[in-house]
Design a protein around this ligand. Structure first.
Ligand code: PEP
Ligand code: MN
Length: 344
């Protein structure tokens, strides 16, 4: 439920409403608003009776139920779009954020060469997996703690904020020490114990859509993180499994406007994991800007054919530079439409 207090409602009236919410068995989740106090109440109880009672309470302007199964991440709960700041990069604001880097951190030379080049070409964040979720246990599993140290070094040398994946609860503390943003991979989107731990991780989170997950499931997973204390969440569409075999997955670019209607959380697109093919990245990067995403994540490797993972979908440094240059006119339009949207 969302309870909006009248302008000028007194503290006593707000306290009284909070008490009534608790009396009905709900939890007061948050109270916000500079001008007008808005109270979010979560839980299970007699909604109809509770709403009727609150609507009659002094100082209450309106009390409505949130019909979506996800509450805090819904646009019913928050109309204005969230901004998630990660160091100098702001998702959901007036800048399109490009995240680039190798699939896996492999060596100091590989990471620093890539990081320096992508920073120069306009990326705002560096990606690189230290803990890798591989389909086969015989494939490269990542450099783990050593990889995190290399990411830290790359961050110091380039100033780029770093995002890297965390796969298990036990590693959240360690990864959060090194990363500016924690990535939850597609395979862990419904690892609820991990999602709960991220609520307390103290770092922003990028939640990738599961391989066979619906948008509703994605939003319910985001709700886990937010309801456990961390509102700094961005969503990432990275392709879903369909009958189509021409690409590794099917890029659901329609998820962007759908999510825009359903949630206030920022959305980024990952055409690399969606398609598995580097030649498809530049056109889909342009489409990502055009569809109004908040950012883009791509994989870049100094020598894709030698990559330990995902070489086929990794851009060379030159291809990344070209893609960034070719994106410029699209980014101008993106900025224009963003400022128009803000003005409306
Ligand atoms: C990744 O981004 O490194 C990754 C493994 O992606 P996904 O979880 O989307 O497969
Ligand atoms: Mn990858």
């Amino acid at each position: 439920m969302i309870i909006s207090m009248r302008l000028g409602a007194t503290k006593e009236q707000v306290d009284h409403v909070c008490q009534r919410i608790e009396d009905f068995g709900y939890k007061v989740h948050s109270i916000r608003g500079e001008e007008r106090v808005v109270i979010a109440a979560l839980g299970i109880g007699d909604v109809t009776h509770c709403l009727e009672s609150l609507q009659a309470a002094p100082g209450v302007e309106s009390a409505v139920a949130i019909s979506a199964p996800y509450k805090l991440v819904s646009r019913q709960f928050q109309r204005e779009r969230s901004r998630v700041q990660v160091d100098g990069a702001v998702f959901g604001g007036d800048e399109f954020v490009v995240i680039a880097g190798p699939c896996s951190v492999e060596s100091e030379k590989q990471l620093l060469t890539t990081a320096t080049a992508v920073a120069k070409a306009g990326a705002k964040m560096l990606r690189g997996g230290a803990f890798k979720p591989r389909t086969s246990p015989y494939d490269f599993q990542g450099l783990e703690a050593e990889g995190l140290k290399l990411l830290k070094k790359a961050r110091e040398e380039t100033g780029l904020a770093v995002i890297t994946e965390v796969m298990s609860n036990g590693d959240v503390g360690l990864v959060a020490e090194y990363a500016d943003m924690l990535q939850i991979g597609a395979r862990n989107m419904q690892n609820y114990a991990l999602l709960k731990a991220l609520g307390k991780a103290g770092k922003p989170v990028m939640l990738k859509r599961g391989l066979s997950s619906t948008i509703k499931e994605l939003l319910l997973s985001a709700e886990y993180v937010v309801s456990h204390g961390n509102p700094h969440v961005i969503l990432c569409e990275r392709g879903i499994r369909t009958f189509e075999t021409a690409t590794r997955n099917t890029f659901d670019i329609g998820a962007v406007p759908v999510l825009r209607e359903l949630t206030h959380l920022p959305v980024v697109l990952d055409p690399a994991h969606a398609t598995g093919k580097s030649s498809l990245i530049p056109p889909l990067a342009r489409a990502s800007v055009a569809v109004g995403a908040d950012g883009l994540m791509v994989e870049v490797h100094p020598c894709p054919e030698e990559a330990y993972s995902d070489g086929a979908q990794s851009l060379t440094i030159e291809a990344f530079q070209k893609m960034m240059k070719d994106l410029r006119p699209y980014l101008e339009l993106w900025k224009e439409s963003r400022s128009l949207a803000v003005a409306v």
